[in-house]
Design a protein. Sequence first.
Length: 253
Amino acid sequence: MIVFFAKNKKICYNMPQTKKLVFKGAIMDKYISSIDKLNLGKIINSGSCSDIHQFIPNFYFKKFKSDYQDIKDPLNAELLEVLRYLSELKNMPYIVRAKDIYLSPTTIFGYSMPIIKAKSLDDIEDNILVSDLLTSFSLLSQDVYTLSKHYVKTEDIGTNNLLYNGLMYMIDLDLSLVDKRYIPDELYERTMYSLIYSLNKVLLDDYRYSDKINVNDWENYYKYLRELSSTALNQEAETIFEMKRGYQKYKHR
Ligand SMILES: Nc1ncnc2c1ncn2[C@@H]1O[C@H](COP(=O)(O)OP(=O)(O)O)[C@@H](O)[C@H]1O
Ligand SMILES: [Mg+2]
């Protein structure tokens, strides 16, 4: 599949392929005449651009609000292309993507995706071991690497779009951009900064921006922070709760 989208919308308009691709169809496209055909279940979450519905067993349905449904709008056409592109990427178990995209020739209704039984990092429990959280982060970072190699620039990464159940998952990549002119290493660094920023909220209760750190050395960065925290506590900071407490004690010493 060809990909070309860009943040610069002028560039996007100049791309004659856009229209062709939109109607080309892809494996995950499911054509329906109306959303009523789908029998969506109850609303799980209501956001400004979409509602998440219960769908078939083990799947949610993300239904776009009307502003995001018209395929003739170039921004929506681009959204569709990004969704298709992400879904076709292989070997990224921790990046949640669309399974099927539901369309009519004029409308993009939304998409189905597997339900991850997990809590968002906003609601994560304090007694979770720091080492477990970091192990799951390490697995996710491998998928971020894969994503970057495929020129995906992520947007909207935050604690609410990261889920944890012993493993860590990234959801809600709808605002991502794809452009083969992007440099994979830079994309990786950028996404990792956002992830580390989110982790720092959870682990340190701190919003320190992580642009000073070498993202390839994040393990040592957290090792160092854990040592600071443990020293301040006078005991090993094992859990998220202890890590946060120790770090805050260190900060306000
Ligand atoms: N695949 C999923 N598995 C589990 N929970 C999900 C999933 N997708 C969405 N959610 C829940 O619904 C919320 C909103 O979904 P999201 O895709 O982030 O929509 P929005 O674009 O409104 O932010 C998420 O923060 C999460 O709590
Ligand atoms: Mg979200």
